[in-house]
Structure formats: structure tokens, C-alpha cells
Design a protein around this ligand. Sequence first.
Ligand SMILES: Cc1cc2nc3c(=O)[nH]c(=O)nc-3n(C[C@H](O)[C@H](O)[C@H](O)COP(=O)(O)OP(=O)(O)OC[C@H]3O[C@@H](n4cnc5c(N)ncnc54)[C@H](O)[C@@H]3O)c2cc1C
Length: 249
Amino acid sequence: MRPINTAIIDIREETPSVRSFILDLSLDFIPGQYVMVWIRGVDEIPMSLSGSNMITVQKAGDATSALFGLGAGDTIGIRGPYGNGFDIRDPVLIVAGGVGAAPLAPLAEAACGMGYDMLTLLGARTQSELLFQQRFSDAGELMVATDDGSAGFHGQVTGLLDGAIDRYIYSCGPEPMMYALLLMLNDQELERARFSLHRYIKCGIGVCGACCIDPEGYRVCRDGPVFRGAELIDSEFGRYRRGADGVRS
Ligand SMILES: Cc1cc2nc3c(=O)[nH]c(=O)nc-3n(C[C@H](O)[C@H](O)[C@H](O)COP(=O)(O)OP(=O)(O)OC[C@H]3O[C@@H](n4cnc5c(N)ncnc54)[C@H](O)[C@@H]3O)c2cc1C
């Protein structure tokens, strides 16, 4: 599939390190699905949809830095939406870390629209990096955690979990955070928990194998990016990953 040429119509500064790009299109999507974003002359990278016309990006390297260099009126290429997305069940517990909040904000809004009981645990390094606080608090109850104690609970977001774990869990964030959460769950909870993975995705359509995870060979781009905890507990998740060249690190 060739990318659709799309103009950036607005840019929002969400936190000191994260920007949302509002695009001149509207996609039907399931929260948790992503698009492949082609930044001409640089790279094509996966980005979750944070809205039907929106991606929310943290600067990480070449492609995201090039995206930060673009302004309203500039164009990018979009393929997708791809991947499975979240199946939303009541009652909802969102566990979000950093830019991992991007696919979870539309999930919170969809769950709220369905009248579901919503609790969000939102974590970040520091207060100014808490992403989409307003969207989460508009959708239900919100508790925050920061690594430096500048807002809410002082420590990792998983420190807020007490008593909330009997809900359907939806998580996205840094892999060590999600792995810590995974290890807290019993067999029943592993079935109920959903994790959205960040891996090197190249084709986005399940043919190249770049994003396969050991030992089952699940393709993150197509079988995921959302997996049940039970699918991850005996996998490479949290233990190792592969770089752009496919080498384990
Ligand atoms: C399904 C999915 C959804 C994502 N959604 C978001 C989002 O909403 N917001 C956001 O800021 N980031 C998101 N990411 C991560 C984002 O794709 C990477 O940060 C981006 O590709 C980095 O590219 P770069 O050239 O700027 O950095 P690079 O210098 O290439 O890499 C920096 C780091 O980014 C990661 N990375 C690089 N290329 C890829 C790739 N093709 N696939 C996955 N990870 C990669 C690697 O861990 C690498 O160490 C998502 C990743 C996946 C797989």
C-alpha cells in the first residue's frame, strides 16, 4: 500500500518533549492501532493514533527529530491504520507511562462513551511530562505518579496499583514499566491484561518479519501491537529486543 500524502494542519506542544501533529485526514480506527508515518528522505516509522486525525510524538532519533522540524502546511505520508487495537471491557484500568499515554487516551474516551467504569494510573519522569492529564480526567478517575515526586505518588506508576488489579488492564509505556506490571499478575489477571508493545516495525503488514518476538514468532505489527499478558509472560518481552538490523540487544 502506498502512503497517502497528508498535510500537517496544526501542532500542539503537549509536554517539553512531546508534540501532537494534527493531520488533514480523518481515520476510522480502534484505539491501540497505529499508522506508518513516512518522513520524506528520512524514514518510515510506526506511530499510534492518539485521535482520528492525530499522532503524538516524542523525539527519539532521526525520524522523530525530522518530524519536529516540520510545521503546519508541510506534508507527510501515512499508511494504515494497522494492527489489532484494544478490545475494551468494563471495568477499565489504564496504566500509562510517558508517551505510552498516546494510544490510551482514545481508549479512555471510548470507554467513557460506553459508560464504563474508568480508572487511569498515569506516570511520567516529572510533572511537566505527564501526558493527556485532562483527557484522562475528563474520561474518569485519574491518579498520577512521577519518578521525581513533583506530582502525585513519588515512584513508578505501578506503585499505585493496590486494589485496582481486578479490572481489565490496558498498558502502554516503557518496557521495564510494563514488565514490572506483567510480573505482578496472577494467571487470571494475565488473561485480562493488555499490553501495547513498541518494537522495530518495518513493513507494518506482517510480511517482513522484522518485529517477530520469541518464542512464538508473533508479529508485533499485525498480531499486535496489543497482546494479552498470558501471551507475553514466557516471551522475550522485558528480557531482550532486536535492533534495526535484527540483532538481539
Ligand atoms: C506500534 C507502535 C506505536 C508507537 N507509537 C508511538 C507514539 O504514539 N509516539 C511515539 O513517540 N513513539 C511511538 N512509537 C515509537 C516510535 O516508532 C519510535 O520512537 C520511532 O520509530 C523512533 O524513530 P527515530 O528515527 O526518531 O529514532 P531512532 O534513532 O531510529 O531510534 C530511537 C529508538 O526508537 C526505537 N525505534 C526506532 N525505529 C523504530 C521502529 N521502526 N519501530 C519501533 N521502534 C523503533 C528504538 O527503540 C530506538 O532505539 C511506537 C512504536 C510502535 C512499534
